[in-house]
Design a protein around this ligand. Structure first.
Ligand code: TD4
Ligand code: CA
Ligand code: NA
Ligand code: ZN
Length: 311
């Protein structure tokens, strides 16, 4: 069933488990994710970036947002697990408005590259809008290094826990993404992963709302190697070890954004299948193996985040 993200996350926050938010850009990833969640009898959050909405709407945000709401709601309403649809990294108010109007469960307003007061002002505005339409809101404090589509931050700017307390009280935001050392993409750390657990613990205590971990892909070697065996070049790919993510969940992370892991799993399956079936030209056949690998990654993540059986 199609639900509000806040309902999924409030339950997770109370019971100290986390729900993955998986990014999609097409039908194949959606099917793989939802079938994996059904098999694990787990809640799941589907999220689309502004880039995904642009892609699906061929440049038109209203068309793209409506496309995803109908696709996800249509599929979710035939299932017995809670499914929410979230706008990830909303920065462009045209896209945020399109998502709210189309019927997204929740939207992220990411103004974390702005000065604190500006981020607070913009977020307050979006919360008013979204709440009037029954839509919940995520915001971000601090910055993740790496590319975020139309904004790239040079290095990490970690969240200030005292600022987080003020921010949550002033904005009424429903869930918060505190930057604690992760970054987006497949090349996350020069050396070892270093997440600031003490900082996370402080933010949870001071805000007491569901928290979001961005840049949470683990980049499993198994799929990197398989993709490279069939011609990909992902040299140096490095993610957040699952054990580190589990520690974050214990400290109060409840939504775990995962995109890169699904991209690499699908790539491995697609390259493998195309290489091994040179006569095949039916996409319903040659996409299957990549979809299966995505489903496997989804089920594994639902398991280790503690979301399995929580539908
Ligand atoms: O925090 C995350 C996931 O990070 P990950 O890279 O660790 O999976 N996300 O918010 C997903 C970011 C998706 C970016 O998508 P576009 O390329 O369409 O802009
Ligand atoms: Ca940001
Ligand atoms: Na998000
Ligand atoms: Zn992110």
């Amino acid at each position: 069933m199609y639900v509000n993200t806040k309902d999924i996350l409030e339950k997770a926050s109370k019971e100290f488990y986390a729900v993955p938010a998986f990014n999609i850009n097409n039908l194949e990833f959606l099917i793989a994710i939802l079938e994996g969640a059904v098999e694990k009898n787990a809640p799941v959050i589907i999220e689309t970036s502004e880039g995904a909405i642009k892609y699906a709407g061929n440049g038109d945000p209203i068309r793209g947002a409506k496309f995803f709401v109908n696709l996800v709601k249509g599929y979710a309403d035939t299932l017995n697990i809670p499914v929410a649809l979230h706008l990830d990294h909303g920065k462009n108010l045209e896209y945020i408005a399109a998502a709210i109007k189309a019927g997204y469960s929740s939207v992220m307003i990411d103004a974390s590259h702005e000065p604190f007061e500006e981020n607070l002002k913009i977020t307050k505005e979006v919360v008013k809008w979204a709440h009037a339409a029954g839509v919940s809101v995520e915001a971000e404090l601090g910055q993740l290094a790496g590319i975020e589509d139309n904004v790239s931050a040079e290095e990490n700017v970690l969240v200030d826990p005292q600022q987080a307390k003020i921010f949550v009280e002033e904005t009424g935001v429903d869930f918060l993404a505190p930057a604690i050392g992760t970054s987006h993409g497949a090349f996350k750390f020069k050396g070892e992963a270093k997440l600031d657990f003490e900082r996370l613990e402080k933010v949870k205590k001071l805000t007491n709302i569901p928290l979001v971990l961005h840049g949470a892909s683990s980049v499993p070697a198994k799929y990197v190697e398989l993709a490279e065996k069939y011609g990909a070049d992902l040299g140096g790919a490095k993610g957040v070890p699952a054990e580190e993510i589990k520690k974050c969940v214990k400290l109060g992370i409840n939504k775990v954004n995962t995109d890169t892991d699904l991209r690499i799993a699908f790539l491995a399956g697609l390259r493998k299948n195309l290489t091994e079936n040179v006569k095949e030209f039916d996409p319903r056949k040659y996409f299957k193996e990549g979809m299966q690998f995505v489903k496997d990654v989804v089920m594994d993540r639902l398991e280790f985040l503690g979301a399995s059986g929580k539908a």
